[in-house]
Design a protein. Structure first.
Lengths: 240, 245
C-alpha cells in the first residue's frame, strides 16, 4: 500500500506544480482565440468560403507541436534556471523519480492538448471515433518521445531556450525539409529506409498524418526509452 | 560616443566566443553541408547560402534576445540601466550591436560560400563564388538583423523575465520564416499575386525572407529599416518606462 501511495505521489508530483494546468490551458485558449479571429476575419474581409471554418481544427493541430515543444523545454530547465534543482534533486524523491514525474506531466500535457483538439473536431466537423482514438495514441507517443529527448537535452544544456532550439532544429521544419529532399533525391534504398526510420523524421510527419504506423510507433517508443535511460544515468551522475 | 561603440562591441564579443554560440555555429555549418552531401541534386550556390541563412535565423533571433536578456540574467540591469549611460544610449548601443552581429553573420555566410564552392568545385567553383553579390549579401543581412533583432528587443522588453514566452516567439518567428519562403517563391513566379498579399508584403517577416534569398530589392530594405527603427524605438520607450528592480 505504501508503494502504491508513493507511486501515485511520484506520478502526480510535477502536475501539482503551480501553474501547470493553468499555463497550458491559457496558451491553448489564446491560440484558439487567435485562430477563430483569423478565420472570421478571412471569411468576412477576404471573402474566403464559409467552409474554411472547418480548417480550424486542422490548423490548430499543426500549431500544437510548437506549444507542446515550448512546454516541454521550459519544464526541467526552469528548475536549473531558478536554482531550485538543488532542492528538488536532493529531497525525498530520488532523481529518477523526479525525472519520471516530469515525463508523466509531459504526457498529461499532450493529453490535454489532444482533448482540446478532439473538442474542436466535434464542433467544427471532422470528428470520428476511430480518428479520435488514433489521435489520443499519437499525442501520447509524440509527447513521450519528444519529452524524453527534451529531458536529455535539458540535462546537458541547462538553458530553456537552447533546449527548445535544439529540439526544434532536430525535429521540425528545417530537418524535415532536409530529410524530405534527401529521401526524394536518393536512389539508394538503404539510405531511404534509414532516413524514413529516423525518429527525427517520423515524429512530426506521423503527427501531421494523425496516426503512427506500428513500426513508426515502435521506433519512437524505443528511442524515447533509450533517451530516458540516458537521462537517468546522466542525472544520477551529475554534481548538483 | 567612443565609449558607446566599445560597449556595443563588448556585448557582441562576449556572446560570440561563448560555448553555446560556437556550438550553434558549428551546427549552422553542418546544415548546408548535409544539403551538399545527403541531397543528390545540383543546386546553385544561392540555395546553400539561403538554407544556412534559414538555419541561422533562429540563432540570429536568439543572440538578439540575449543582447537584452544578458543584462537581466546577470543582474546587471540595475547597473547598466541606472548608471553612467542613459537608458536611451544603452538601447542605441544595443542597436549598434545588432549591426555588428549582421557583419559577423555575413562573414559566416561567406565562409560557408567558400566551403561549398570548394566542395562542389565542378558545378559551382570559383566562378560561382565570384558571381555572388557580396555587398548585397552584407547589406541584406545587416538589415535583416536590424529589423528582426529590433522585433526581439520589443518582445524581450515586454516579456522581461519570461523564458517560455521568448522561446515561443523565437519558434513562432522561425516557423513563419520557414513557411514565408513558399509565399515569396510563389509571388516571384506570379507577380500578379502581389495584390492578394499586399498587406503581408509590408511586414518585416516577408521582407526578411525576400532579402535573404532573392535579388536586390530596395523596397524591402527600406521597409525593414523603418520597421527596425520603429521596433527599437518602442522597445526603448518601454525600457525607459519600466521600473528596473
Amino acid at each position: 500500500m505504501f508503494i502504491l501511495q508513493r507511486v501515485i505521489r511520484v506520478l502526480t508530483l510535477d502536475m501539482k506544480m503551480k501553474g501547470f494546468f493553468k499555463g497550458t490551458i491559457v496558451s491553448l485558449l489564446i491560440l484558439l482565440g487567435v485562430l477563430l479571429l483569423g478565420n472570421e476575419g478571412k471569411i468576412l474581409f477576404l471573402n474566403y468560403p464559409k467552409d474554411s471554418i472547418k480548417d480550424t481544427a486542422r490548423v490548430f493541430c499543426s500549431i500544437l507541436p510548437y506549444i507542446i515543444l515550448v512546454t516541454l523545454s521550459a519544464s526541467l530547465t526552469r528548475e536549473f534556471e531558478n536554482k531550485t534543482d538543488k532542492i528538488i534533486f536532493t529531497g525525498i524523491f530520488s532523481r529518477t523519480e523526479i525525472i519520471f514525474s516530469k515525463l508523466i506531466s509531459f504526457v498529461v500535457t499532450g493529453f490535454i492538448c489532444c482533448s482540446f483538439y478532439i473538442v474542436l473536431l466535434m464542433i467544427f466537423g471532422g470528428f470520428s471515433f476511430k480518428g479520435a482514438g488514433n489521435s489520443v495514441i499519437t499525442f501520447i507517443i509524440y509527447t513521450f518521445t519528444l519529452g524524453s529527448f527534451t529531458l536529455l537535452v535539458s540535462i546537458i544544456t541547462s538553458n530553456g531556450i537552447i533546449t527548445g532550439l535544439i529540439i526544434y532544429v532536430l525535429h521540425f521544419d528545417l530537418s524535415l525539409a532536409l530529410l524530405g529532399q534527401a529521401i526524394g533525391s536518393t536512389k539508394n534504398l538503404f539510405v531511404k529506409n534509414a532516413i524514413e526510420n529516423l525518429p527525427f523524421f517520423i515524429a512530426n510527419t506521423g503527427f501531421k498524418a494523425g496516426v503512427y504506423t506500428f513500426w513508426q510507433a515502435f521506433i519512437m517508443i524505443v528511442c524515447g526509452v533509450l533517451a530516458l535511460i540516458a537521462t537517468f544515468v546522466i542525472i544520477n551522475k551529475k554534481n548538483i | 560616443m567612443h565609449n558607446l561603440l566599445k560597449l556595443s562591441w563588448l556585448n557582441v564579443k562576449n556572446k560570440m566566443f561563448s560555448r553555446i554560440f560556437l556550438f550553434g555555429i558549428v551546427c549552422a555549418f553542418a546544415y548546408p553541408l548535409l544539403w551538399v552531401f545527403a541531397v543528390h541534386k545540383k543546386y546553385q550556390l544561392g540555395l546553400y547560402c539561403f538554407e544556412m541563412g534559414r538555419f541561422m535565423y533562429v540563432i540570429m533571433l536568439y543572440v538578439a534576445a540575449e543582447l537584452l536578456r544578458d543584462d537581466i540574467k546577470n543582474n546587471t540591469t540595475k547597473t547598466i540601466f541606472t548608471g553612467v549611460f542613459s537608458r536611451t544610449e544603452i538601447m542605441l548601443s544595443k542597436a549598434i550591436s545588432l549591426v555588428i552581429w549582421g557583419c559577423i553573420f555575413t562573414i559566416l555566410l561567406e565562409i560557408n560560400n567558400i566551403i561549398v564552392s570548394a566542395i562542389l568545385h565542378e558545378t559551382i567553383g570559383i566562378n560561382g563564388f565570384l558571381s555572388v553579390n557580396h555587398v548585397q549579401l552584407f547589406i541584406n543581412y545587416v538589415v535583416i538583423l536590424f529589423s528582426m533583432g529590433g522585433f526581439m528587443f520589443l518582445i524581450v522588453s515586454i516579456a522581461f523575465k519570461d523564458n517560455k514566452n521568448i522561446l515561443f516567439y523565437i519558434l513562432l518567428l522561425g516557423m513563419i520564416n520557414f513557411f514565408t519562403s513558399a509565399i515569396v517563391t510563389m509571388i516571384h513566379r506570379n507577380p500578379d499575386l502581389k495584390t492578394n498579399f499586399a498587406f503581408y508584403i509590408l511586414t518585416p517577416f516577408y521582407n526578411a525572407v525576400d532579402l535573404a534569398g532573392w535579388d536586390f530589392n530596395a523596397q524591402a530594405i527600406l521597409i525593414n529599416v523603418l520597421w527596425g527603427i520603429v521596433f527599437i524605438a518602442i522597445a526603448t520607450l518601454i525600457i525607459n518606462k519600466r521600473e528596473i528592480k
